[in-house]
Design a protein around this ligand. Sequence first.
Ligand code: SF4
Ligand code: SF4
Ligand code: SF4
Length: 325
Amino acid sequence: MTSLFNDNDLWGPLDPSADAGYGEDRPARKGFFTDTSICIGCKACEVACKEWNDVPADHFDMTATSYDNSHSLNANQWRHVAFVERPAGPAPVDLGMPGVAPTDAVSAGSTAGGAGSTAGGLLDNGADAAPDFRWLMSSDVCKHCTHAACLDVCPTGSLFRSEFGTVVVQDDICNGCGYCVPACPYGVISRREGPDGSRNVGIAQKCTLCYDRLDAGKTPACAQACPTQSIQFGDVEELRERADARVAQLHEAGVMDARLYGNDPDDGVGGAGAFFLLLDEPEVYGMPPDPVVTTKDLPQMFRRATTAAVVMFAGAALSFLGRRP
Ligand code: SF4
Ligand code: SF4
Ligand code: SF4
């Protein structure tokens, strides 16, 4: 039976911009490698994103569960830096980040209260004052999935695949139906609800990977603002190699918890355009452990629905044929 879909349309490794019809002269796929091991939680990325994209600054208050004050990704928060407090891990490793502790304290391994929680080093008063917790910080963003369910379900074409392989919302085409919101396996996209007077209220909003800046040959605002290069922007293939090398370097340094998230083209979304180096399980950072594109089973559902319809009509036809005149 022929299908509305090719086998690989909704699942598996793919060059998304080629699949969307861009020609041989298309640019290389662009994305982010976010190395959370060197994030210091300054939130410059959040601010730069809001400023460049004119995203309203509202709903800032302390969560009461951490030092985070911006809660989560949402229509008014296209970047979100999570602050996660965890018990101190094994003997910390100096990741080469700046701190204010005396040199001997740093070499004694008290920079961060645990591998990778760099900002903890700023609190150190010496080896004896090593905190019993560590901070994990991670700047989250839209994953610009290879197979993007938000885009698959959008009935207006407001969400589209750019020539850079990214997923972009066109504000003036979105009708606010909200189908994309439950379709995203990461909970990234949502409709703007306010504040009063802000633009695009009712419209689906998320990171565009600074499509306007990419079009002008510029680096996205968040990556440009990041002082530690925790957010690295570039060609996805090259970023994947860089990420593999960084994990190997951290493992060699004894940070055995370092792992990549979203970099595998064989994962549930065909690999993310924005992927991460984490220092703990994804759930610790509020990320789903094994996300799967929610439209993956559409071809199978269509096939089954078509089969059911054919059987039903055949049964009805047979019942009429079998009737006596
Ligand atoms: S993370 Fe969600 S909003 Fe972003 S491209 Fe993937 S499905 Fe769409
Ligand atoms: S790429 Fe642009 S839109 Fe996306 S989070 Fe960074 S600054 Fe915001
Ligand atoms: S700007 Fe860089 S270091 Fe600062 S919070 Fe964002 S990712 Fe972390």
